[in-house]
Write a protein that binds this ligand. Structure first.
Ligand code: COA
Length: 260
């Protein structure tokens, strides 16, 4: 994979995707969104990759938002297309991957940056992180799923307040609101994520993918999450991972999941 705006590192089942436009605080331009789509698609299809970590390069920002310079002159139609396409190829795409994606928020996660972190399966923040959806200060609203996912994660009232005031919250506040699961020092951000990833990697990749699908079903219009859970639960019984997991338990040994 050859990219201009992102860097991928792979090691022992773990893939790190680093958004690499530090001079623009890793703002999401069209090219970066497209590269991220390709990278996530390929990493999700790579059987050796069990967990994906997503972060921003430099010490200042995860992602400071969608690239304002690219859409400042858009028409209504172009604006709607920008949001629709972005949601489809990146934000909803990540949320629905069967490989777990953890956001490592290492500084500003604003607008599209916070929306990107919220599309990941969960989030860890460095103590210097600052998060917010400041779009109304630009005369626009969040367009990459932010109005929906912020309400899902922190509740409607607080989401309304943060969006209306365009304010930034710090990492500790974000943890209190359950927007992030952990706050660490900047130095420990990666090692904390790696420890969590190694716990995840001990488990069945197929079952984890099924669990992601079942949890996500709760938030999908017209989908009954309990029904999805029943289907995914049943599907597990046909997998090699299930055979290995149950056999290993009965044989009192650690499982070695084939991921199939
Ligand atoms: N889109 C495009 N460029 C951006 C950007 C964005 N969302 N966020 C930052 N940048 C660029 C700046 O224009 C600047 O570029 P330049 O050096 O060519 O002028 C560079 O990144 C550094 O940003 P700067 O504003 O100088 O850093 P700062 O430390 O003074 O402020 C922020 C940091 C995050 C508070 C500020 O950059 C900001 O408010 N960014 C926009 C946040 C936003 O509204 N996001 C939602 C977009 S929908």
């Amino acid at each position: 994979m050859d990219f201009e705006n992102i860097v991928i590192e792979k090691d022992n089942g773990l893939a790190k995707v680093v958004i690499n436009r530090p001079k623009k605080l890793n703002a999401l331009n069209k090219a970066t969104i497209s590269e991220l789509h390709t990278a996530f698609k390929e990493l999700n299809a790579d059987a050796e990759v069990q967990v994906i970590l997503l972060t921003g390069s430099g010490e200042k920002a995860f992602v400071a938002g969608a690239d304002i310079s690219e859409f400042a002159h858009f028409s209504e139609e172009e604006g709607a297309t920008l949001a629709r396409k972005g949601q489809e190829i990146l934000f909803n795409f990540i949320e629905n991957l069967n490989t777990p994606v953890i956001a490592l928020i290492n500084g500003f996660a604003l607008g599209g940056g916070l929306e990107l972190a919220m599309a990941c399966h969960f989030r860890i923040a460095a103590a210097n992180a600052k998060m917010g959806l400041p779009e109304v200060s630009l005369g626009v609203i969040p367009g990459y799923g932010g109005t929906q996912r912020l309400s899902q994660l922190i509740g409607k009232g607080k989401a309304m307040e943060l969006i209306m005031t365009a304010s930034m919250i710090d990492a500790q506040e974000a943890k209190e609101y359950k927007l992030v699961n952990y706050v660490t020092s900047s130095e420990e951000l990666h090692s904390t994520a790696e420890k969590l990833a190694s716990k995840i990697m001990k488990n069945s990749p197929v079952a984890i993918g099924a669990a992601i699908s079942a949890v996500n079903a709760n938030f999908k219009e017209g989908v009954n999450g309990y029904d999805t859970e029943i289907t995914e639960f049943g599907n597990c019984f046909g997998t090699k991972d299930f055979k290995e997991g149950t056999t290993a338990f009965l044989e009192k040994r650690k499982p070695n999941f084939p991921g199939a």
